[in-house]
Design a protein around this ligand. Structure first.
Ligand SMILES: C[S@@+](CC[C@H](N)C(=O)[O-])C[C@H]1O[C@@H](n2cnc3c(N)ncnc32)[C@H](O)[C@@H]1O
Length: 322
């Protein structure tokens, strides 16, 4: 069931962020949250089906296999909040398990209206689950849901699919600590984390043969053209995936194929690119099992259980707010 909610747009300033990221000295960058407009969210959904990108299937297998156990470990009554739900497909098994226990509210929080719509369509048929979507940034949405919690109700926050990996390690701890500050002792966080694996496997996952990840990345420039009237020539930029051994992450960049200048009128800026220069658009940090326990502890959570997929190194971690 979908409960209509007032969901004004998430507040951010695309033009300011584009100007700042492309005018800064040294490495140019664009925040990864802007990868997800209508086209980006649709392309991410395709990525999750690619044979090279085993992450989503691993996450889904773990959720399906352990849904009942997760439900048993989370004391009820509970409201479920999902940060960056995407299409919500993977969350189905968990919601079905909760719905067998008691009627439950599910609050997907998404910066992308398109992803939120997909999620509501995907999950609305589940009995005894009421969906209230929030088109918000993660913490704004969580804060709002927490403000309306009923007396005695626990919150279960889902942060799946290794989205935590988009933060660098220090920012990841800070983000989890902010989540913890909004929660109360005894609330839970189910955190998906992609584990370290070979460079070859990672590069395949972030630079697939079909070129879907390349299109997902290049769509960010197309979005700047669409929304800010820019004149990026997409054929003059190439998608690049790189391993950064120091930060234990895979980075996505857009590399200029030649010296060129790009005008972005709505951001009031003209940007000069050297041949070979890149815009850094996303990082995906990979974790070790021990590090997750440590990171959770630094943010004020106790790691209660970790489930690991046997086919693709990926962990689902149930953390309890202390
Ligand atoms: C990597 S995708 C993961 C989607 C889904 N959780 C999964 O595991 O397949 C990240 C999702 O978070 C959303 N997102 C990114 N940054 C966000 C932000 N700052 N606030 C809210 N949602 C955000 C994106 O629109 C996208 O749907």
């Amino acid at each position: 069931m979908i409960v209509p909610a007032i969901t004004p747009n998430a507040t951010y300033d695309f033009a300011d962020d584009v100007r700042a990221g492309l005018s800064q000295r040294g490495q140019k960058e664009l925040p990864s949250k802007y990868l997800y407009d209508d086209v980006g969210s649709a392309l991410f959904e395709v990525i999750s089906h690619l044979p090279e990108y085993g992450l989503t299937r691993a996450d889904e297998r773990l959720l399906r296999r352990h849904a009942d156990e997760i439900v048993n470990r989370v004391a009820g009554p509970v409201a479920i909040v999902e940060l960056g739900s995407g299409s919500g497909k993977k969350t189905r098994s968990l919601l079905e398990s909760f719905s067998r226990r008691q009627p439950t509210f599910y609050y997907p929080i998404e910066i992308s209206r398109a992803a939120l719509d997909m999620c509501e369509r995907e999950l609305r048929d589940i009995d005894a689950i009421s969906i209230v979507g929030f088109e918000r940034e993660y913490l704004d949405g969580l804060q709002e849901v927490a403000a309306y919690r009923k007396r005695g109700q626990h919150l279960l926050v889902l942060f799946l699919g290794s989205t935590i990996g988009n933060f660098d390690r220090a920012a990841g701890v800070k983000f989890l600590a902010e989540v913890r500050r909004i929660l109360e002792p005894g609330d839970s966080l189910l955190l998906g984390t992609d584990l370290e694996k070979s460079s070859a496997q990672l590069l395949r996952a972030y630079d697939d043969e079909l070129g879907v990840t390349a299109a997902f990345n290049l769509n960010l420039l197309a979005r700047v053209n669409r929304e800010l009237d820019a004149d990026f020539d997409l054929r003059q930029f190439a998608h690049v995936a790189r391993i950064n051994r120091e930060t234990r992450s895979v980075e996505m960049h857009l590399q200029s194929k030649r010296r060129q200048s790009v005008s972005i009128p709505a951001a009031e800026v003209v940007v000069e690119f050297l041949e070979g220069e890149t815009i850094w658009t996303e990082s995906s940090h990979k974790y070790s099992m021990e590090e997750i326990v440590e990171t959770a502890g630094q943010a004020g959570f106790r790691c209660e259980t970790q489930w690991i997929d046997e086919q693709w190194p990926f962990a689902e971690n149930l953390l309890i707010a202390e």
